[in-house]
Design a protein around this ligand. Structure first.
Ligand code: B1M
Length: 221
């Protein structure tokens, strides 16, 4: 099988949610020397984008979206150690979760993998995370950054609820707040008072590093 055939197969089998075949093709691609980023960015992510487009058009429904998501998640588990393999030193602590009311986690998990690869220690709180849980976990781990992911326009307002909860607990200024997720924009992040926003996982890592450096530089020794 050529590399193009593997990418085409991965795209098509993710689209129909054929998890065993997606797993087999992921292994085959890696065995044949393809990079994990190629499999991710040239097949798996575009396929999920197409799943979303079909859902919007009414050609796909929630079950189709679910099995495609599961097929992608299986491949991501295989790619995880390879994407995270940089041997970087620990550069900061990151508490991360998908906000209350939202169960999407593939994008959040991908950000976590990239953060770990860049040397962050990541505390992943999972999905549907309540503001009080974010507060407790920030108090427990004292991270440099807390990250909120939201993938629905209806759950984006939880960013503000989370920031309010941090303020109420008196710890808002102790931690950098980053937000992201498919429908989120820089304007929305600014409007809710977040310190940072990123549209994708690699930008999230770059931005997280910058924000930490700026905060450390601003604190008098
Ligand atoms: Co849903 N879903 N879904 N879904 N789903 C979307 C998000 C949607 C855009 C599809 C569409 O209509 N085109 C749409 C939201 C529309 C909107 O509000 N604007 C939608 C909907 C409507 C819904 C339901 C409401 C459907 C229903 O029940 N009627 C329902 C909601 C459930 C809930 O959460 N309460 C629902 C359910 C589901 C499934 C459970 C079936 C499944 C989730 C499986 C899972 O995650 N484990 C699912 C899926 C698979 C999708 C799509 C198809 C794919 C999402 C994905 O994984 N993308 C999605 C369509 C789409 O996104 N095109 C869709 C790939 C991923 C790598 O990208 O998630 O964008 P992304 O993550 C990126 C960036 O956002 C960024 O980096 C990531 C990696 O590059 N990023 C950050 C993420 N977090 C960040 C944090 C940061 C910084 C960057 O800093 C802290």
């Amino acid at each position: 099988m050529s590399h193009d055939e593997i990418l085409k197969g991965l795209y098509e089998q993710t689209l129909v949610g054929n998890a065993p075949e997606v797993l087999a093709l992921t292994h085959q691609g890696l065995d044949e020397g393809m990079g994990p980023e190629t499999l991710l960015f040239d097949a798996l992510i575009p396929s999920l984008e197409e799943v979303g487009a079909r859902f919007e058009r009414g050609d796909f429904f929630v079950p189709e979206m679910l099995i495609a998501g599961k097929a992608m998640a299986g491949a991501l588990e295989v790619l995880r150690p390879l994407l995270a393999q940089t041997g970087a030193e620990t550069i900061g602590k990151f508490v991360m979760g998908t906000v209350k009311g939202d169960v999407h986690d593939i994008g959040k998990n991908l950000v976590n993998i990239m953060l770990e690869g860049a040397g962050f220690t990541v505390y992943d709180l999972g999905v549907n995370v309540a503001p009080e849980t974010f507060v407790e976990q920030v108090q427990e781990h004292s991270p440099d950054i807390v990250g909120f992911s939201a993938f629905l326009t209806t759950t984006m307002p939880m960013f503000k609820a989370n920031i309010n909860a941090l303020e109420k607990a008196g710890i808002r200024d102790d931690v950098i707040v980053m937000v992201g997720g498919a429908p989120v924009t820089q304007e929305y992040a600014d409007a809710v008072g977040a310190d940072g926003y990123a549209a994708d996982a690699s930008t999230a890592v770059r931005h997280a590093k910058d924000l930490i450096q700026r905060k450390r530089a601003a604190v008098p020794a």
